[in-house]
Design a protein around this ligand. Sequence first.
Ligand code: KIV
Ligand code: ZN
Length: 515
Amino acid sequence: MSNKILIFDTTLRDGEQSPGFSMNIEEKIIIAKQLARLNVDVIEAGFPIASEGDFEAVREIARNVKGPTIAGLSRVIVKDIDRAWEALKFAKKNRIHTFVATSDIHLKYQLKKGREEVLDDAVKGVKHAKKYTDDVEFSAMDAVRSDIDYLCLVLEAVIDSGATTVNIPDTVGYAIPYEFGKMIKTIKENVSNIDKAIISVHCHNDLGLAVSNSISAVQNGARQIECTINGIGERAGNASLEEVVMALKVRKDFLHHATGIRTKEIYKTSRLLSTITGISVQPNKAIVGENAFAHESGIHQDGVLKERTTYEIMTPESIGLTKSKLVLGKHSGRHAFSKRLEDLGIKLNNVNLDKAFIRFKKLADMKKEIFNEDLEAIVEDEIAKVEEVYKLEYIQTTTGNQTLPTATIKLKKGEQIIQDAAIGDGPVDATYKAIERITGIPGKLISYSIRAVTGGKDAIGEVVVKVSFNGEMVTGKGASTDVIEASAKAYLNAVNKVAGKTKVKGVKELKSLRV
Ligand code: KIV
Ligand code: ZN
């Protein structure tokens, strides 16, 4: 049996469906391309029947993202499978992932069907999917709470019908590692044709055991792990990709398995997801949290300075985390700027490079030391710019504990300059109200986050907002050394996505289909 563990990433499906994480198509494509650089084996790009937005995202990812297999989810229902295929057929390597619940509790209360009928549905679904592609994955939803003999019967039948991967989800995050490992072992020993399929696991984190359960499954014969970047996903999330991968890498001596993941892309992928969704990981999050490699106590610091392995089981470099480096200053030229971007893996066309260089020069006037993170923020800010229907020309805010917060804003629309002012609960609120008065586009601010890109008083502030325009959720980003300006830019970035008719599909038409 191969020692390779396949990594099936479901950030764009199970992850994206959780509250606050919805992304538009452009954002999903950016993430999918980064997942390809990370070298995941499978990208589950969405659930095509769930909404028009999901369908288009899967189709565009299938068309544009090369490398990994692109999977789409479907129930074991003909119209779901047909729709999944419509979106997936453009991918060079595609997989239909079809599922039905197998636990009595789901059969009785949700499906209202008997075991025989569900078995029949599963077989028919897999056979139908098989007409389109050789690569068919079957998931027995709520497998952990299913009767083991019935589960084995279903798995045997779907493998006979052509399933090449059988997934054992712990849908409600109920399993305990030893118990889950034993379950995988039982499946291996009792499903007569199991050698014709790969056993996959999909663990939710309700008890904080998703990663442990996945590793225990590997020790007992599973060869595919379904997981997400930063562990995002339904409720408490899914097994975190970075934790699973680094556990397998760091403890290779004990586990004897490897993934094909380029671990040096891990940090970048985690950050990209946080930036796009506006939701950061907690500081103590394993592998990618801000404190994951910080040594605070004197004894630890002393040890690490003498020999880093005293308190470090892996290096920050192994996940692509490099020390903040002072890279450029006021006198650096365009060539040095573009060379540094290339070193960071950022290639811009000439137009974007010019724009980014102008931003860099302005920044260098305000900020003495410019770090890699500053450059990344500038570039993200420039690239994040959609068609600028409204451009920020001027902003002035007044605030204080004895004044009414007021914002005066000038926006440029084509050749026209439009100016207005508004009061608000604070300077940011006043700014957003003034923008709304000028553009006439009403938006509801759903979330606002700000982070300092580097340390120091003159650090760039990066603001990410989520704004609902008539129920359509749009993310906007902006960066500046002035946090109010960054806030205005982020909001305007979201407004421009709507005003510029950039396709923004984040709305869930069929929420009931989320699994
Ligand atoms: O948690 C779950 O059971 C799922 C399946 C659709 C794989 O997400
Ligand atoms: Zn799930």
